[in-house]
Design a protein around this ligand. Structure first.
Ligand code: ATP
Ligand code: MG
Length: 362
């Protein structure tokens, strides 16, 4: 009853392995939220069965007109890509990176959240208070795909390959401004910039220069520049003073995996690939991969995918529902409903049911 609400058109791309299992869990939780919204909003799902099985059948990771078919959705909800039958660089570039690059999803936001009832390896007394966000440059850097093999034309055993990193002033500046704007919404207004600019003297020194220039526009935000090796140690030894960490594609990829492991498991980590101008749809996905070692057994942790659904709600302009979902996640782990990767015995279905139950808490 009441006025008809908004229907969000979401493209689900479950992909390979546990991707399909955790996307199904996320859809269940999002649909439960919509069902409880008294008609305020709903989701219209379209599923695209792309991935390595599709590649085995067709020789392509996604349909030829796939990007056109995705372009008009309000958001993309992605699982994971990769399977032993297809080389990893083929599956990654053929689907996930193709979408990220074509839709100019230049900011990859990866919160590192510590949940109640979850023991990570840090064992710090104030572990539950830790909370920082990695903002990853998602369009260039070390993943620009520049380089080649066999450059010197030498024979077997003497091959030479070059892998270049691309840094542009525009690319650095926009992701840094995103990081600073995000820092202004947080309790601790601080941005830590990460490079290896002592050893990489062109692109990363440009990064440092741009960071100094952008920082001058945000005098209310504290800043620091840290080398990536030192930052890896900081994550483990002294993460209390982190708030927003901005880094290049490769460095942020590695640091965010480290962050999620410290928080308890890779299975917990959520991620948003954003086109902040909203010219193209953004894509929401767990940080983890297809996990072939546990796929098909119903034991994957769905919390990373469900946390990504919360980021999706935020992006759709529903921060209250996003916060409600985050509270349900915390209530679920606090109640001890933990999947195997967190030391428990709950199945994907058990965790999903508990998440739906706890939506009723608030
Ligand atoms: P990618 O190359 O796509 O990043 P990967 O090979 O690095 O993938 P994952 O597939 O993410 O790695 O798996 C790494 C480890 O984490 C595996 O042991 C896997 O079982 C575990 N893992 C990943 N995701 C989950 C999950 N959702 N629940 C439980 N365990 C997971
Ligand atoms: Mg990985």
């Amino acid at each position: 009853p009441g006025t008809p609400g908004q229907t969000y058109r979401i493209a689900a791309i479950p992909g390979d392995g546990v991707g399909a299992e955790v996307v199904a869990a996320g859809r269940t939780v999002l649909d439960a939220l919509a069902a409880d919204s008294a008609g305020a909003f709903d989701f219209a799902w379209t599923e695209f069965p792309w991935g390595c099985a599709h590649h085995e059948r067709t020789g392509r990771m996604m349909d030829e007109d796939g990007l056109d078919r995705l372009a008009d959705f309000d958001a993309l909800y992605f699982g994971a890509v990769g399977w032993p039958t297809v080389p990893d660089h083929v599956s990654l570039w053929g689907l996930r990176l193709r979408i990220c690059q074509s839709f100019d999803q230049w900011a990859n936001v990866r919160p590192v959240r510590f949940l109640p009832g979850v023991r990570g390896p840090l064992r710090a007394a104030d572990e539950h208070e830790l909370d920082w966000v990695v903002v990853r440059e998602n369009s260039e850097g070390e993943y620009a795909g520049l380089g080649g093999r066999n450059l010197a034309g030498r024979g077997p055993g003497g091959e030479v390959a070059v892998q270049s990193a691309l840094f542009t002033e525009v690319g650095c500046e926009r992701v840094m401004r995103y990081a600073f704007d995000l820092a202004r919404t947080r309790r601790h207004r601080k941005v830590s910039s990460v490079t290896k600019s002592n050893a990489q003297q062109y692109g990363m020194v440009l990064w440092d220069d741009v960071f100094r220039r952008v920082a001058a526009d945000y005098p209310d935000v504290e800043t620091e520049s840290v080398l990536v090796d030192a930052m890896a140690a900081r994550f483990v030894l002294r993460p209390q003073d982190l708030s927003v960490v901005v880094a290049s594609n490769l460095n942020a990829d590695i640091l965010s995996d480290l962050g999620s492991a410290l928080a308890g498991s890779l299975g917990l980590a959520a991620s948003a690939n954003l086109n902040p101008e909203r010219r193209f749809p953004s894509m929401f996905e767990p940080v983890h991969g297809s996990a072939p070692d546990i796929a098909g057994r119903g034991v994957a942790n769905p919390i990373g995918a469900v946390g990504s659904a919360a980021l999706l709600l935020d992006h759709l302009g529903r921060p209250a529902e996003a916060a409600r979902l985050e509270r349900a996640i915390a209530a679920t782990t606090a109640a001890g409903v933990l999947p195997r990767d967190l030391g428990g015995t709950a199945t994907t279905a058990d965790v999903t049911a508990a998440l739906v139950d706890h939506l009723g808490d608030a």
